[in-house]
Design a protein around this ligand. Structure first.
Ligand code: PNS
Length: 164
């Protein structure tokens, strides 16, 4: 039987409800979805270490039998080959996402013509939610409740207590 494995790559720092919404949609379309957390060793100040992001994603995706969570570094297309994935899943929230996503999709196609990029839209209620904005609001003391899963909120609160 022809099964389709897809990769959903990202920084996920932190994972948001928008990411979770996309994972749920992807898990319905693909036979297996690998959530791939970029291990970006040189990023100056991540909110969470790669392993913490993996733990949070594993916890919040436990209900999906066909979803796994891995880390990767280097080229995404190489990781996709290792995973024998046929597709890359990316979320598009607004037109502003399009340019960057278009460039990445075409570069990845050049590097690995056999790999298709598939775009999906998250629920409208998450269309403005990004990890970058979540981090910013959190650092300035605003509430991000309802925008990130409860386990992520809990870890953010703990992180905030450690920083103070
Ligand atoms: O959540 P993000 O930060 O928008 O995810 C970006 C990500 C991780 C998908 C992208 O930076 C990536 O694929 N990095 C791996 C390095 C790579 O393959 N770069 C060339 C992509 S065209």
């Amino acid at each position: 039987m022809n099964t389709v494995r897809a990769i959903y790559p990202g920084s996920f720092d932190p994972p948001t409800n928008g990411h979770l919404d996309l994972i749920a949609r992807g898990s319905r379309i693909f036979d297996h979805l690998v959530v791939a957390v970029l291990h970006n060793a040189d990023k100056a100040q991540p909110l969470f270490h790669t392993q913490e992001r993996v733990e949070m994603l594993r916890e919040t995706t436990r209900e999906f039998d066909n979803v796994s969570v891995e880390t990767f570094d280097g080229l995404l297309v190489e990781f996709a080959r290792q995973q024998r994935a046929q597709a890359v899943l990316r979320g598009i929230r607004a037109i502003s996402d399009y340019e960057y996503e278009f460039q990445m999709a075409l570069m990845n196609r050049r590097l690995a013509p056999e790999l298709e990029t598939v775009f999906m839209m998250p629920a409208e209620k998450y269309s403005y939610v990004s990890s970058r904005l979540i981090q910013q609001v959190f650092h300035l003391g605003g509430s991000v409740e309802g925008l990130v899963p409860p386990v992520v909120l809990e870890r953010m609160r703990k992180r905030s207590a450690q920083i103070k």
